[in-house]
Design a protein around this ligand. Structure first.
Ligand code: TRH
Length: 399
């Protein structure tokens, strides 16, 4: 058995990120990498195959550079296995290698890992799911054969039998302080070119395209208060712009009580503030739903679609966790609203039930957030896991 020593603890962590589509993959890898550097004093190298997507959530990224350092994270462009600009042999041997979100480490690098003494700890950071089987698989290892050692599966999740969720130190305190500070919020909106004083309901709408979006917008037009809905640039904004072309020029489109505005993609920390500044957040995919939970505002989640409606099982599993402590009536409305938003249903009825319970949900979400935080945060849980594994299985060749 080898005890963890200083160099293992401080050694390099190499994170591999392949951008499948959208922004969740890089969004998660970028948050994790930054946090490992900032809060755990770990040297992190992030290899990513799409710097243009990365730039959307981190404007400092320069896509023309093969390597660059931002927020202490060393970022390498990883375009393809045999890219001449990446000399695998010359890379510093890593203490920990993270294969993030179903990406595949190149064979040439796997061979290097197997020949390293001691070999790195190889972790597969999985996609988020609230399904029960995740608890049984979290932390399991899988032998890779041919001297490749073990790969460990690390699952984010909603219970203390999983790896938890990405959460930076004091985030909820910082977001709550922002929510209590009207001037800070006004400054935030001004930076987006908006004066929001007249709006009693502010909604952020980060979503994939939706066949029934018009039924929801119609309800908002008929409310008795002024409603602001901001839509980040992308698929849904383009869809709405087919009907209201002025949206793409940054104009505000007024439809009775409803004011629509397309906003640019924000840097990740600003997106967190947007979620805290709105009264209701529509979020999607994997990372923005986590951020909505930290913001503590009412939210509605559009899960990433999968074949044969597999995503609806994942949605149901999440709702089982999320709604467990809610009063029955609130749980029914929440389930129905999430389900309608994730199917092609008309949204009139679900909105009419959801709107009156928003305050109740806002209160509940603070309890839910506290419950999630009791599971520890994903980065710290990963570091803890790595320390344990270094002590027990320091090296592939000993297994
Ligand atoms: O972009 P997404 O739909 O990503 C999805 C999911 O992760 C899905 O699980 C995965 O399989 C698929 O990609 C390939 O949604 P998500 O996960 O919320 O990621 C968006 C990221 O973009 C998140 O880190 C928040 C960030 N973001 C900003 O930084 N600024 C913004 O203005 C917005 C709207 C988002």
């Amino acid at each position: 058995m080898q005890q963890l020593n200083q160099s293992d603890e401080r050694g390099l962590w190499r994170v591999f990120c392949s951008v499948v589509d959208n922004f969740g993959d890089i969004g998660i890898c970028w948050r994790l990498s930054r946090q490992l550097v900032a809060e755990h004093n770990i040297r992190v190298e992030l290899l990513v195959d799409d710097l243009h997507s990365f730039k959307q959530i981190c404007p400092q990224v320069r896509p023309e550079l093969a390597s660059q350092t931002i927020a202490g994270v060393e970022i390498l462009f990883w375009p393809e296995e045999n890219c001449p600009s990446l000399n695998w042999q010359q890379l510093t041997p890593a203490a920990v290698v993270i294969e993030a979100l179903a990406c595949t480490i190149p064979d040439v690098y796997k061979q290097l890992m197997a020949s390293q003494q001691p070999a790195p700890l190889w972790l597969n950071l999985e996609y988020l799911s609230a399904e029960a089987w995740v608890e049984g698989c979290h932390g399991l290892s899988s032998p890779q054969g041919h001297g490749g050692g073990n790969k460990y599966f690390f699952f984010p999740g909603f219970s203390n039998k999983t790896g938890g969720l990405l959460y930076e130190q004091d985030l909820s305190q910082r977001l709550d302080a922002f929510k209590a500070d009207n001037q800070a919020q006004q400054r935030f909106w001004q930076q987006l070119g908006l004066n929001t004083e007249q709006f009693e309901l502010k909604i952020s709408m980060f979503a994939y395209s939706h066949s029934q979006i018009a039924s929801l917008l119609k309800q908002w037009q008929q409310l008795t208060v002024d409603v602001l809905c901001v839509i980040p640039q992308g698929e849904l904004a383009n869809e709405l712009a087919r009907q209201y072309p002025q949206l793409l020029c940054g104009a505000i489109v007024q439809l009775n009580q409803l004011y629509l505005k397309v906003i640019p993609f924000l840097a990740q920390p600003d997106y967190d503030l947007l979620l805290a500044a709105c009264d209701l957040n529509f979020v999607r995919g994997e990372d923005s739903i986590i951020r909505a939970q930290w913001a503590g505002r009412p939210f509605i989640w559009q899960i990433y679609r999968q074949q044969e409606n597999a995503h609806l099982l994942k949605l149901a599993a999440f709702l089982d966790h999320y709604c467990r402590q809610m009063p029955i009536g609130l749980a029914d409305i929440t389930r129905q609203s999430f389900l309608s938003w994730n199917t092609d249903s008309d949204l009139t009825d679900s909105w009419n039930s959801f709107y009156p319970v928003m305050q109740q949900l806002a209160d509940y979400n603070l309890l839910w957030r506290a419950q999630l935080l009791a599971n520890g945060d994903l980065a710290s849980n990963l570091v803890h896991f790595a320390k344990k594994k270094f002590i027990i299985t320091p090296n592939f060749s000993q297994q």
